[in-house]
Design a protein around this ligand. Structure first.
Ligand code: ZN
Length: 178
């Protein structure tokens, strides 16, 4: 279960400056972010050193997956770049200096495009192999929704969510003159 709390604006007061994941004294703040179209909401959340490390940690499966996926992507990118290079150079009929330059340029472009595309899939895929501890630490608090006046936070720990709600109170929508 999780607790959802709506606050005014983006300034949250975290009870006793305790780590939102384990409730021990927090040492630093981590920025949590939600992007909605062109709008971005950021909230600073206290964590202890250990939970920050857990949030950033990668499981062995995750590291292995990334290593294999990145190696394969590099090989595919080189293959695509090489094919493009030869297609361009052979297309020119002869290996004139201009054909060589174009081949290199388009080959590099093709290789970058292939690697870039694959990499955008590797990152979300590898996050599926996160350890349960890392998943919990990352879900300790997240921005569920936001609008101009309010931010809705979701807490992994109900008890903490309740305490947070007590400190921050229900969100008051400022009355805006039309
Ligand atoms: Zn902690």
């Amino acid at each position: 279960m999780s607790r959802v709390v709506r606050i005014a604006g983006d300034r949250a007061e975290f009870p006793a400056h305790a780590c939102v994941n384990c409730l021990r004294p927090a040492v630093r703040e981590e920025e949590i972010v939600k992007v909605k179209g062109s709008a971005v909401r950021k909230v600073h959340v206290p964590f202890c050193e250990e939970c920050i490390a857990v949030r950033r940690s990668k499981s062995r499966r995750q590291v292995l997956f990334e290593r294999v996926a990145i190696t394969n992507s590099v090989l595919l990118a080189i293959a695509a770049g090489g094919r493009t290079y030869y297609a361009v150079v052979l297309g020119q009929g002869s290996s004139t200096s201009r054909g060589w330059v174009w081949g290199l340029l388009l080959g590099t472009l093709a290789a970058s495009a292939v690697f870039g595309l694959l990499y955008t899939f590797i990152v979300p895929w590898s996050s599926r192999f996160r350890s349960p501890e890392a998943k919990a630490a990352l879900k300790a608090v997240t921005i569920r929704e936001f609008d101009w006046d309010t931010t809705t936070l979701e807490f992994g720990n109900d008890e903490y969510g309740d305490r947070f709600a007590e400190v921050n109170g229900p969100a008051q929508r400022p009355d805006r003159a039309a």
